[in-house]
Ligand binder design. Structure first.
Ligand SMILES: Nc1ncnc2c1ncn2[C@@H]1O[C@H](COP(=O)(O)OP(=O)(O)OP(=O)(O)O)[C@@H](O)[C@H]1O
Length: 362
């Protein structure tokens, strides 16, 4: 089961510039969570703080019983082996082939033999659809391919926690759907705790179990996805619909004069350009591909949400109940399809997890 990440009262500044303050949330083990927020609100800084690359001034990040904001560098080195991180630009070494890039964590962190490394690397290359490109340099392939290579590298140590910084940036909608599906399939196979930072509303609507949002240096909310998707908070509604009118401005937050001007434009019937989609109409969550195991986190997530239910706003509660019923129906359909052998002919072959390979293997 993936490891829970518990963040309490976290505050981060660079010099006099405060990025966010008093952020508390728990990434439940094995669940998929997404972090949204306007550009520059410190989502990438948050990810880097979770793996101890950046140091907060206050607060704690507890992973597997260790507060990584206060532990020794030796302890931090061990904890980092639990993570697989997909950085925004793939963060590949430009002078190394994709093969060597993906093999890097295995050579660095394990004592595996080269033929064993080869099996693992080629399996991950196959998993992300890069077979045949292993000898290419990062500069010779497209941005989408680099992204997938970055994901393959994030997966070679079979991480218990996967952090993905904008897995969709630079990808077309179809490739975005593939990479999202891949994350769900991986979660079903290895039950890793996943955090996705994204601006992509489709991902937010269909992939995570939980969603949070950063705005004005604070975590506006974090909880079951239905809570954010049905939220009446102006900042959430504006972000989801991509409308110009609302508290989010071009650079930071809007000042009073601009907000006033926009209110007048709106009253005069001028559009802010946002989509008119009804986000409270919850789209069923993406399920693992046929032939994949069911996600173990679903039951744990449900138990938590059912406990939370009485504390949720009425529209979120209703959305949760509708969503659960709909997803039960979809999973029952999938199970009966698998029983009738659809898994065997599935368009995406069932993905393998290499037995016995763990993040702490040396
Ligand atoms: N190492 C650093 N030193 C100083 N300032 C930094 C550093 N890293 C990030 N920042 C600042 O922190 C702020 C938040 O940056 P971050 O990249 O986390 O935003 P983001 O929410 O991920 O944005 P985007 O959605 O555009 O990727 C920015 O103002 C950035 O300039």
């Amino acid at each position: 089961m993936g490891v829970e990440v518990s963040v309490e009262g976290l505050t981060k500044s660079f010099g006099s510039q405060n990025i966010w303050r008093d952020v508390s949330l728990t990434l439940p083990s094995g669940e998929v969570s997404a972090l949204l927020g306007p550009s520059g609100t410190g989502k990438s800084v948050f990810l880097k703080t979770l793996i101890g690359l950046l140091h907060p001034e206050q607060g704690s990040v507890i992973i597997d019983g260790t507060d990584i904001t206060k532990c020794s560098s030796k302890e931090l080195y061990e904890i980092r082996k639990l993570f697989g991180v997909l950085f925004q630009d793939g963060a590949l070494f430009g002078s190394m082939s994709l093969y060597d890039n993906i093999a890097f964590p295995l050579r660095e962190h394990t004592k595996k033999k080269e033929d064993n490394i080869r099996d693992i690397v080629m399996e991950k290359i196959d998993l992300v659809g890069l077979t045949g490109a292993e000898d290419k340099l990062p500069g010779e392939i497209s941005g989408g391919m680099r992204k997938r290579a970055g994901l393959a590298r994030a997966l070679v140590l079979d991480p218990e926690i996967i952090l993905c910084d904008e897995p969709d940036s630079g990808l077309d909608p179809v490739r975005t759907a593939y990479i999202s599906q891949l994350l769900i399939d991986i979660n079903a196979q290895i039950d890793a705790t996943i955090l996705i930072v994204t601006h992509n509303i489709n991902i937010a609507r269909t992939i995570p179990d939980n969603i949070g949002m950063l705005f004005r240096k604070e975590l506006v909310m974090f909880g079951p996805r239905e809570v954010l998707l049905t939220s009446e908070q102006p900042v959430v509604k504006q972000f989801l619909s991509g409308d110009r009118f609302g508290p989010i401005g071009m650079s930071e937050e809007k000042d009073f004069a601009v907000a006033e001007q926009e209110a007048q434009m709106q009253a005069a019937g001028i559009s802010g350009g946002g989509t008119k989609d009804d986000f409270s109409e919850i789209i069923p969550q993406v399920q693992p591909n046929p032939g994949q195991p069911e996600r173990k986190a679903i039951e744990r997530h449900r138990r938590r949400v059912v406990e939370l239910l009485p504390t949720l706003p009425a529209n979120a509660r209703e959305a949760v109940e509708r969503g659960m019923a709909e997803e039960d129906r979809i999973r029952a359909d999938n199970r009966s399809r698998d029983e009738f052998g659809f898994g065997a002919d599935a368009p995406t072959a069932p993905l393998k997890v290499v037995a016995g390979q763990t993040a702490t293997d040396h």
